[in-house]
Design a protein around this ligand. Structure first.
Ligand SMILES: Nc1ncnc2c1ncn2[C@@H]1O[C@H](COP(=O)(O)OP(=O)(O)OP(=O)(O)O)[C@@H](O)[C@H]1O
Ligand SMILES: Cc1ncc(COP(=O)(O)O)c(N)n1
Length: 268
């Protein structure tokens, strides 16, 4: 059994964070494990409260997993502060883990801050150089790379600058693109660009799309897939999950983690 770890925040509403990641791991048939960095009180309307855990609590969870079970691939989501980023980076080095996916979560859809501003520098200096792939949305890429992204050319330039920070691959996601009909995720491995396009689904229910997308990449890497192939599967997974989104609550509802497997089994 291949094993995937998520180091992220808990979303009590179940649409994003640890909960979205574990649901995705399950659907893609890898064994899911978690190290929780913060507990959020959250629903489809937004984040009502954030309770970060101590560095020690985060490290102990990772140690327990490393000492006994092992990890084939891991992703990070909400890391909240520079001390947690530093500690997670140290654990990655100590365990010599290589399949590292960084979803640089900064701000929840409702506007709540999930990463302290001063932690961006730790993310750039400590964690990004250790990672196999990073999956920023456009606002996150703009903060990390410190440039405006308005066009495909800008996305390509930002992708090149990510590689200069030491990460091996990057996907700049297109959920925040202005095109009303299409989303385009730009993949770059330092050599070639790939443009992953899909029909834009007209829905408010996109809570946790970034978490689900990066968790799907992690699951596929844990199974031994090559990075680009893992990204292509993740794009299919998130497209199905958004197409069959679940209208729960009164705000941004979650996506449907069952949709991809349900479709695959229909195709078989
Ligand atoms: N309306 C949509 N229709 C189709 N695909 C979408 C839509 N919105 C987002 N996506 C896809 O979902 C994935 C996540 O992209 P997005 O840019 O929304 O990430 P994000 O902002 O980090 O997500 P979140 O913060 O909600 O977790 C990408 O593959 C993107 O193309
Ligand atoms: C614990 C946690 N992690 C990540 C997100 C980002 O998801 P979104 O941007 O859809 O709110 C979130 N809301 N909560």
């Amino acid at each position: 059994m291949r094993k995937a770890l998520t180091i992220a925040g808990s979303d009590s509403g179940g649409g994003a964070g640890i909960q979205a990641d574990l649901k995705t791991f399950q659907e893609l048939e890898v064994y899911g494990m978690s190290a929780i960095t913060a507990i959020t009180a959250q629903n489809t309307l937004g984040v009502q409260a954030v309770y970060p855990l101590s560095v020690e609590a985060v490290v102990e969870q990772i140690r327990s997993i490393a000492d006994d079970i092992g990890v084939d691939a891991l992703k990070t989501g909400m890391l909240f502060n520079a001390d947690i980023i530093q500690a997670v980076s140290e654990q990655i080095i100590l365990n010599n883990w290589k399949n590292i996916v960084i979803d640089p979560v900064m701000i929840a859809k409702g506007g709540a801050s999930l990463l302290q501003q001063e932690a961006v520098s730790a993310l750039k200096k400590k964690l990004i150089p250790l990672s196999l792939i990073i999956t920023p949305n456009i606002p996150e890429a703009e903060v990390i790379i410190d440039m405006e992204i308005k066009s495909i050319k800008d996305k390509e330039e930002a992708a090149k600058r990510f590689i200069e920070l030491g990460v091996k691959n990057v996907v700049i996601k297109g959920g925040h693109d202005t095109d009303p009909l299409e989303t385009m995720d730009l993949f770059y491995d330092g050599y070639e660009f790939a443009y992953l396009k899909s029909k834009r689904i007209n829905t408010e229910n996109t809570h946790g799309t970034g978490c689900t997308f990066s968790a799907a990449i992690t699951a596929e890497l844990a199974k031994g897939k090559k990075v680009y192939d893992a990204v292509v599967t993740a794009k299919d997974f998130i497209q199905a999950a958004i197409e069959e989104n679940i209208p729960l609550g009164n705000g941004h509802g979650p996506t449907n983690h069952w949709a991809y497997k349900k479709r695959s089994s229909l195709i078989k």
